[in-house]
Design a protein around this ligand. Structure first.
Ligand code: GRF
Length: 214
């Protein structure tokens, strides 16, 4: 595939950016070949993800949620940044804000997110970060994992693209479980899903997503 036909990916982040790093590494290894990470947008200043972008030679921009009075104003600023860079697809990688329906409609079936549980378990409003793993351990499930899904207007509610299960070791802490799920599931699947999306190999009919052969 020539450089010109690659999809331009915008990665939205809020924090440490280990999922971003997995995407950057996949591109460097040639595994993310149908797309190129064109910009990283952080919703918080000082997000370590911006340093990861800089180290990889990728432009990083901060569009701080707090700098805008309304979500509409914030999203208008975000849209401008993305349109100026001709972004085709969005990957939410630890992005802690919920995007509005109007914004999501700008990128139909072109926004994906990674959630650190097997949806529909431990997902939806209030299930983010460490809490997801705390709830899974409290519930006593023996298997958890991660899900990559299309983003729609419902938190963690979009059609599922990929899931990977992770067995929960006895006595593990929420912090260690978070690390384990990232390493074994999120960081493995997110670059794969991004590649499939950029290659135009994901077809969605209602909730059912299928992966087309090359
Ligand atoms: C990950 O667990 C991701 O699933 C969730 O937030 C965390 C972000 O981690 N949405 P990082 O910023 O990619 O390191």
């Amino acid at each position: 595939m020539t450089k010109q036909t690659k999809k331009r990916i915008g990665v939205l982040v809020s924090g440490g950016g280990t999922n971003l790093q997995a995407l950057l590494d996949a591109e460097a290894r040639g595994e993310l070949k149908s797309g190129t990470i064109a910009v990283v947008v952080a919703s918080k200043p000082g997000a370590y993800a911006l340093e990861r972008a800089a180290k990889a030679g990728v432009e990083g921009v901060c569009v701080e949620r707090k700098a805008y009075e309304t979500r509409e104003a914030f999203e208008a600023a975000l849209q401008k940044v993305l349109e100026e860079r001709q972004i085709d697809v969005l990957v939410l990688a630890g992005f802690m804000l919920v995007l509005s329906d109007q914004f999501i409609k700008l990128y139909p079936d072109r926004i994906i997110n990674v959630h650190p549980a097997l949806i529909p378990s431990f997902c939806g409003d209030g299930f983010y970060g460490l809490r997801v793993h705390e709830r899974a351990l409290e519930y006593g499930v023996k298997v958890t994992g991660a899900t990559v899904h299309f983003v729609n207007e419902i938190t963690d509610g979009g059609a599922i693209i990929m899931q990977k299960a992770v067995a929960i070791p006895e006595g593990i802490s929420p912090e260690d479980l978070q690390q384990l799920v990232m390493k074994e599931a999120e960081h493995v699947m997110l670059p794969q899903a991004a590649e499939l999306l950029c290659a135009g190999r994901l077809s969605r009919k209602g909730r059912l997503v299928t992966i087309d052969n090359k």
